[in-house]
Design a protein around this ligand. Structure first.
Ligand code: NOJ
Length: 749
């Protein structure tokens, strides 16, 4: 229960006891039954009581795999708690055997890996999956990734990455769910549920890690690892909700972030890692450092030595030390483990042991894995079918002038142009797990398989993604001129987003824009497929290309799914989870901004805008078209006013007004018209992806409670304030129906 306050216009705060769930959709994992919890704690305490300080520090130590000969004595001495990147059931069993057969206390090791969007079966990158606005799908792909990875010996994934990102220069935007805290929260919870399944003790459950805590996506200038300086209010309103949702969904671990916030590196941020995470959110799992994040506090200038950094991290609440062995090597007995840190050390070890216990490692350190199970669980037909389905649902149709799409599959000739069209490695995207390029169906392959036997497909790369070589332009232009239609694939290669892959420019890299100009100048019907890990600033392309389909990086079934959409077997139904700017100079540009005292107004010079570029986005948050059209009826509210304990229902009729079946993502936003703290012009509070047959109408309902109207008030407590609210429902953050209601103060008790 959280205390929420109702601020009356004139009066003091009146506390109301309401269950505050931010996000409302988060579900807490079923609590461990009291008896089972007591048994676990007794087991953990008795083990802890038998440990030396060295063995305790060992439990907190994680090394990168594969196991090296010099690791073996460490494992035997009980001085290692975990590995990352030991892959495959056979390798895992070999390493685990040393721990459970040859160490004094036989404590099993925990095996972690970055299973971000699939293990061997690679699904679309998270930003793409977020474009599906389909939490059930996101949960399903996380579940399958867990089934595959656990069969290969992985107990623990360093995902979901739930960092809100408002700056597309930041390469890691590709790993998250975009710019919105509500969508990000819903998807964070879905991924945690998917990875962990119903019970961590199940052999297919993989412990999730909510990362990177916190506000890692707020890096200044979008430069990875850079400083973050946000107010506590922005932290709580914008950045923290998805972490909290992941924790509320039962995530077993949280990873500290590389960045500092307002002068405090996260690995030393006791307020964040302990007061907020454990005190406010009641997290009882384990906190892991990011790779070498503890030692890096020396470079941050927060600690003089690694030993001091280790003490700071332990006291702040970092339990497991990933990769740099600061705890093990620099915090020897007697240093940093007396006084308060002694208790911190024991508590950290308890958390690691509890995670191992919950995962069932003390019962079966191998969690039922074997090479045979691994083989049977890898790249199965069901996994590939889900990879194809998730890829289909992740694409966003940005533009379809003149109904160029879908293409007929029986065209006499089709030109496919662009290096990315046949780039299997890029389809995997960053953080591809154990994905292999050989498993990928490229776009070219998918198209070739899907066209009619008489269609002649000509492929010309035209130009590489990077570089200035235009020698392939002529052949590409010739291919385009000789074809009935052209599919032009442009964008970024996989290595251009992800960790340490920030860009200062957001246009098409290399000479791809010039290539596009040449191809578009042929006057042929050209369909542009974008493959990229971030929003791109492509105003020229958006103005001149007849059709643009955003495909991101779609994983092993990229080509099959792209062909399904190109030739109209399915209509695209994704929506942008992030704003596309016109130019990098507009960044940060996001839909849920504040109004300012001088909102942009073209007729008034002295308003908030630019002299040299429009203030509006190229494509707004929530935008995405279909092959059909949808008509919205008026937005109807169940009442014109509500009290703080009431529920208001917003209903809107959505009809398929075109001639093809299609999916629409109906979005609901609110705006608090005036409040003691200024509120964003719109805030997403609900969405629903629905399928509609031609002519079909469905009524979509959203329930709003005081919870949805609450915010962090002047005293940094969640409050709701009486007054007028606007509600918007529509097809994007910009195209909406509008209604208004009043929230009335509840009678005083
Ligand atoms: C560093 C990255 O920041 C983090 O996301 C990842 O989990 C670790 N490396 C382990 O690979």
């Amino acid at each position: 229960m959280t205390l929420m306050h109702l601020r009356l216009r004139s009066a003091a705060l009146v506390p109301l006891l309401l269950l505050l769930a931010a996000p409302v959709t988060a579900q807490r994992r079923a609590p461990t039954p009291a008896g089972a919890g007591a048994r676990m704690n007794a087991f953990v305490d008795s083990l802890l009581a038998r440990m030396t300080v060295q063995e305790k520090l060992g439990q907190l130590t994680q090394l990168p795999g594969p196991m090296r000969p010099e690791d073996v004595p460490l494992i035997k001495a009980g001085r290692l708690g975990s590995y990352l990147n030991v892959n495959g059931a056979a390798a895992m069993r070999e390493v685990q055997r040393v721990a459970v057969e040859q160490s004094r206390l036989k404590v099993p090791l925990l095996f972690g890996h970055d299973v971000i969007h699939g293990y061997r079966t690679v699904f679309p990158v998270p930003l793409a999956e977020a474009s599906s606005w389909d939490p059930a799908l996101v949960e399903a792909t996380a579940r399958m990734a867990a089934e595959e990875a656990t069969a290969a010996g992985i107990d623990w994934t360093f995902a979901p990455m739930v960092d809100i990102a408002r700056d597309p220069r930041w390469g890691r935007i590709v790993e998250g769910s975009g710019e919105d805290p509500y969508l990000g929260s819903v998807l964070a919870a879905a991924r945690v549920r998917g990875f962990q399944g119903r019970d961590l003790a199940d052999s297919t459950a993989m412990m999730a890690t909510v990362k990177h805590f916190g506000a890692y996506g707020g890096a200044e200038g979008g430069r990875d690892y850079n400083t973050v300086d946000v107010s506590e209010r922005t932290l709580r309103e914008t950045y923290l909700p998805p972490y909290r949702a992941g924790v509320a969904a039962g995530a077993g671990s949280v990873m500290a972030s590389f960045n500092e916030i307002a002068g405090v590196p996260s690995h030393a941020n006791r307020w964040l890692l302990t007061d907020v995470l454990r005190g406010e959110w009641h997290f009882d799992g384990m906190v892991v450092s990011d790779w070498a994040g503890i030692a890096e506090m020396v470079a941050h200038g927060r600690a003089a030595t690694e030993a001091e950094a280790g003490r700071l991290a332990l006291d702040a609440g970092v339990d497991m030390d990933m990769s740099d062995s600061v705890y093990l090597a620099k915090m020897t007995a007697g240093y940093g483990v007396s006084g308060p840190s002694r208790a911190a050390l024991d508590e950290a070890v308890r958390r690691v042991l509890r995670a191992k216990y919950r995962l069932g490692l003390f019962r079966d350190p191998y969690r039922g894995t074997s090479p045979a199970r691994e083989q049977a669980a890898t790249l199965t037909p069901a996994h590939l079918a889900l990879a194809r389905e998730s890829a289909r649902r992740s694409m966003v149709l940005l533009k379809n002038g003149g109904g160029v799409l879908p293409l007929r599959r029986d065209l006499a000739s089709l030109a496919v142009i662009g290096a990315l069209a046949d780039d299997s490695a890029s389809m995997i995207g960053p953080w591809g797990g154990m994905g292999q390029a050989a498993d990928v169906v490229t776009m070219l392959q998918g198209i070739r398989r899907a066209v009619s036997p008489q269609t002649h497909v000509v492929y010309a790369p035209g130009a590489a993604v990077l570089g200035s070589d235009t020698s392939g332009f002529a052949a590409a232009e010739q291919a385009a001129r000789g074809a009935d239609a052209v599919v032009l694939v442009v964008g970024e290669s996989a290595g251009m987003s992800g960790e340490a892959s920030s860009r200062a420019e957001l246009g098409l890299p290399g000479v791809q824009q010039q290539l596009a100009d040449r191809i578009l100048a042929t006057g042929k019907p050209v369909v542009v497929l974008l493959a990229n890990g971030r929003p791109l600033a492509i105003p020229e392309l958006a103005a001149t290309a007849p059709a643009i389909l955003e495909t991101w990086f779609l994983g092993v079934q990229a080509g099959t799914a792209v062909a399904d959409v190109l030739f109209g077997d399915v209509a695209p139904g994704g929506k942008l989870p992030v704003t596309f700017p016109r130019t990098v100079g507009q960044v940060p540009l996001y839909y849920n901004h504040k109004s300012t005292g001088r909102p942009a107004d073209a007729s008034n010079h002295y308003t908030s805008k630019y002299l040299d570029v429009d203030w509006t986005p190229l494509f707004p948050f929530g935008h995405g078209l279909s092959y059909t059209t949808f008509a919205y009826g008026p937005l109807r509210l169940s009442a014109t006013s509500m009290g703080v304990s009431d529920t208001l229902v917003a209903r809107v009729d959505v009809s398929n007004s075109g001639s093809r079946a299609g999916d629409e993502v109906v979005q609901l936003y609110i705006q608090d018209e005036d409040a003691s703290i200024t509120r964003p012009v719109k805030e997403l509070r609900g969405f629903s992806r629905i399928a509609l047959a031609p002519g079909q109408t469905r009524t979509v309902s959203f329930r709003l409670t005081a919870d949805d109207l609450s915010f962090w008030g002047p005293a940094m407590k969640r409050i709701v304030e009486p007054g007028f609210f606007r509600v918007y429902a529509g097809t994007s953050s910009e195209q909406v129906q509008e209604a208004r209601f009043e929230l009335k103060a509840a009678p005083r008790h």
